[in-house]
Design a protein around this ligand. Structure first.
Ligand code: ZN
Length: 282
């Protein structure tokens, strides 16, 4: 059952229940934030001697579509428990024929094609404690943590599941899949994969000086990269189910390869250097 926030974690994983359901000694914690509740309780467990907080992105019953997820509450809740490094596994469509179902790709770039998502903490709106966020512009030139990416790639390599190193994740609003024209356009840009949840997770993490690493599992070829009937939800679920076990193995190994919080020396850790957020980070 949910408990008061007394437990801490150093690493966060935003992903489905398949990633933590079999862990022993999982503690469920309900966390409130100035932005309302996160997608669900946070589930704290231990992997490789590290305290990890799991957050089911779509809720444990998978009732939240991508455009209804409270991304601000999710990242805030993780940080408030002590989390400083976040791994964000997600299912995506492949935009290039060589990135077929079952491909693991660790993107290094992001394109935002969402339309109606709150994507900043720095909106000048007063928080419940009276503090008001300043106008702050963080750099997102390199949206993902280089250290986290390295850990994910190394973990995949060691498991014998060679991951694609780099590529652009384009994030669409959803919940519908892309039209053929949209998909062909994405493909023509040279972008690698398309998903619905990678944004604004990465930018919100950066705004809170969290490391964020995206790990994408290709579950289907998007409409512009295949010649059949287009993507079906059933097909996506099938491929995800077939790969979730090994994705979990890679994820857990990556957790053990992440540096201690105090040893972070990446750009993410200093994202707000010289800037005054106007409020105390959680
Ligand atoms: Zn980092």
């Amino acid at each position: 059952m949910a408990e008061a926030v007394t437990e801490q974690a150093e690493i966060g994983v935003i992903g489905g229940s398949g990633f933590y359901s079999f862990l022993e000694d999982v503690t469920e914690i309900a966390v409130e934030t100035p932005y309302g509740p996160p997608s669900d309780s946070l589930f704290l467990g231990e992997i490789a001697g590290r305290r990890v907080a799991f957050l089911p992105r779509h809720g444990r019953k998978h009732h939240l579509p991508p455009h209804r997820i409270n991304y601000r509450a999710n990242l805030w809740a993780l940080r408030s428990l002590g989390v400083r490094q976040v791994l964000g596994p997600c299912a995506v469509g492949g935009l290039q024929p060589e990135h077929g179902p079952g491909t693991l790709l660790v993107p290094d770039q992001l394109v935002d094609r969402t339309k109606a998502r709150t994507q900043t903490y720095y909106d000048g709106v007063q928080l419940p404690d009276g503090a008001t966020p300043n106008v702050v512009h963080v750099s997102l030139a390199d949206p993902y943590c280089p250290t986290g990416r390295g850990a994910a790639l190394k973990a995949a390599h060691e498991s014998g599941w060679e991951a694609v190193n780099g590529g652009t994740l384009v994030v669409v609003e959803g919940p519908r899949f892309s039209t053929r024209a949209e998909s062909l356009w994405h493909r023509a840009q040279g972008w690698a994969v398309v998903g619905m949840t990678g944004h604004p997770e990465a930018v919100l993490a950066r705004e809170l000086e969290l490391c964020y690493t995206s790990m994408t599992l290709v579950t289907d070829l998007d409409a512009g990269a295949e010649t059949g009937e287009g993507v079906s939800h059933e097909e996506v679920l099938e491929v995800f189910a077939a790969n979730v076990g090994r994705l979990r193995d890679v994820l857990f190994d990556a957790v053990g390869r992440l540096p201690a919080t105090a040893d972070r020396d990446c750009l993410c850790a200093g994202a707000l250097a010289g800037m005054d957020p106007g409020f105390e980070l959680p």
